[in-house]
Design a protein around this ligand. Structure first.
Ligand code: DQA
Length: 147
């Protein structure tokens, strides 16, 4: 069965209470359940993980090789700073869909650059929590895994 890792980065554990006017009122456990339910409906396995630590995210991307067929990645603020995450994605050669709840291009200039974008198959941003299911659908389509 096709398996996808949904990987969330720093501060996304605070979803639901962190700047709800930007990120919405849905909590991370609710987002993760939504992703798993969507996976079940689409006939794939969805495994969710979150870390506030850059190295742990690098480790999770490395560990995804062989265990998952692709990754939906919301790298949070590391999107804008992390060459290590960029290199980890290159190193695994797994297809990655970059995801952001907010439209990073409509926000502060420091959020406009992404180190993930050049190594992702595509990016979804600005659609809030529904971005997660959009990203899963994009990855499922890319993998040809729709059942
Ligand atoms: C975010 C956007 C990032 O700029 C920010 O640092 C986040 C969340 C988003 O989902 O909109 O932590 O990735």
């Amino acid at each position: 069965m096709t398996s996808v890792l949904v990987l969330n980065g720093p501060n996304l554990n605070l979803l639901g209470t962190r700047q709800p006017e930007i990120y919405g009122a849905t909590t991370l456990p609710e987002v993760e359940q939504l992703c798993r339910d969507h996976g079940t409906a689409q006939g794939i396995e969805v495994i969710c993980a979150q870390s506030n630590h850059e190295g742990a995210l690098v480790d999770a991307i490395h560990a995804a090789k062989g265990a998952h067929d692709g990754i939906v990645l919301n790298a949070g603020a590391y999107t804008h700073t992390s060459i290590a995450l960029h290199d980890a994605i290159l190193g695994t050669e797994l297809p990655v869909v970059e995801l952001h709840l907010s439209n990073i291009h409509a926000r502060e200039a420091f959020r406009h650059h992404s180190y993930i974008a050049p190594v992702a198959i595509g990016m979804i941003c600005g659609f809030g929590v529904s971005g997660y299911t959009l990203a899963l659908d994009a990855l499922i389509g890319h993998l040809g895994a729709r059942t």
